[in-house]
Design a protein around this ligand. Sequence first.
Ligand code: KG4
Ligand code: ZN
Length: 331
Amino acid sequence: MLILGIETSCDETSASIVKDGTIIVSNIITSQDKIHAPFGGVVPELASREQLESIGWVVKEALNKANTKFSGIDAIAVTYGPGLAGSLLIGVEFAKTLSYSLSIPLIGINHIHAHLYANFLGQHNIEFPYIGLVISGGHTSLFYVEDFMTYSFLGQTRDDACGEAFDKGAQILNLGYPGGPLIDRISKKGNLSAIKFPRAHLENKFDFSFSGLKTSLLRYVEKKGKISKKELPDIAASFQEAIVDVLVKKAILAAEYKKTDTIVVGGGVSANSRIRGKLEEEGKKKNLKIHFPNELKLCTDNGAMVAGLGYWMLKEGKTSSLDLDIQPNIF
Ligand code: KG4
Ligand code: ZN
């Protein structure tokens, strides 16, 4: 069965064809990084306009790469939230129109659940239940996941998402946008314990907070005045460690609390080399099975994760009507 997955929740426009839920036949992603870079973050109005320009050719390209036509598609899955309202509307309206004109099922997909599903593309050895850690530009959340449809919320960030912290940190350090991959790269040359940046302790042990860390970096840089090229990797690595340390500790704590031996990580920040290394290392000590998406391309926003999850929802009869509305704040 071939499902077309459409993802337009933020600043990537993506369309993908996935066979039987796990085999990626095509996965076209176009990013708006260059458009938002001068602003140091995503500008919603620009993002939605760009989505509108891209959606048509991206879907066409996904069909071409898969060597198929609209008539070869069995159903359409689309992200309906969470995300930016204007961006979500483009994908949802496009998908509804296709579903109606082709007379094929429409499946509304939760973007956060799709990020976790990215782990099931091309690898099938993940057992339920697991702790799901979603770390991206818009989200930092922990879930207890019993199957593809059943998610219990454990905690989330109270302020900035961890990807946002990476992006704002990179802006403070004048590195560019998006900040995550840049901090990741430069940190490899730095000492991660050079500077002791703060870790937030919150009442709900599964909640996160990164705004204090960002302020602390800003104060550090202001106090220093000028940051030398030699110092930069140490600052970046210490800042990154403060984020990664909390994510790793809380994910393991959640696994112990829920008595499960599996942690699944998704979202743009799951591409980070330090969180991959540290969670594997700490998880091993506790006999935990740790999963990250197979490819870095599947960590950030993509249509394949949407199409893949759509397959299982369709199998369960969880389709959407043409009344499907966007839900920018759902979690
Ligand atoms: O999942 P995603 O594409 O979009 C949202 O749903 O938000 O995540 C984008 C975020 C950005 O904040 C970006 O800086 C971060 O993921 N990111 C990384 C890395 N690659 C992307 N953060 C840390 N290290 C990376 N290697
Ligand atoms: Zn995302």
